[in-house]
Design a protein around this ligand. Sequence first.
Ligand code: C5P
Length: 228
Amino acid sequence: MHAVGIVAAAGSGLRLGADRPKALVSLGGRALVCWAVDALRAGGVSDIVVAVPADEHAAFATVLPLDVRLVAGGETRTASVRAALRATTEPGRPAADVVLVHDAARPLTPPAVVARVLAALTAGARAVVPVLPVVDTTVVVDDDGMITDAVPRGPLRRVQTPQGFDRACLVAAYDALDDPTVDATPFTDDAAVIRAAGIPVTTVEGHERAGKITVAHDLAVAELQVRS
Ligand code: C5P
């Protein structure tokens, strides 16, 4: 089973307050995207495609290993993953049987999480995501900030990456987005795209260290983690 890792790294650094794409922001002296690539490799996925901002190709090529392939990402994460997905069947390269899609913004994902996703795919799952329980009380508020409902947290899970898929299923699910009646706006991850195509998604245990770096506080916490 040949696995290809896709790293979505074409986002901006806006919410982080960064002056460069978030994936190029430094953590412990190395760009976030380098940590993400290392996490996939340490977990057993060596063939890697990274979706980067179209005008930042050179900057990413400078920091990443030579054997990592770069493709121009798109306006949305969905568009970026789609572009990278096309590169998983290049002539002259081993075609991917399974694809693991990972956020560059989750640099400290333990290799064990990657290995769990791979193991589930090897065991026959067509789609698998790492998840963690929701520990806070979770409520619904209206436009005035008033609580209108409380959501029982028992069955709720936070979804992380890498998310693993049978490649043909993921390609078919992304192709289905071409249908003009499908609104892709709510799809914030690949599992949502797969579920919209009616394919069941299984879960494995995630890890707190696989949390996403979104705001400056997340980066500060990650800096503490790499120093400890
Ligand atoms: O913005 P957010 O942190 O949710 O993005 C998750 C991941 O998707 C990040 O690693 C980001 O670089 C990537 N992304 C992308 N292309 C976009 C937007 C986000 O590859 N257009």
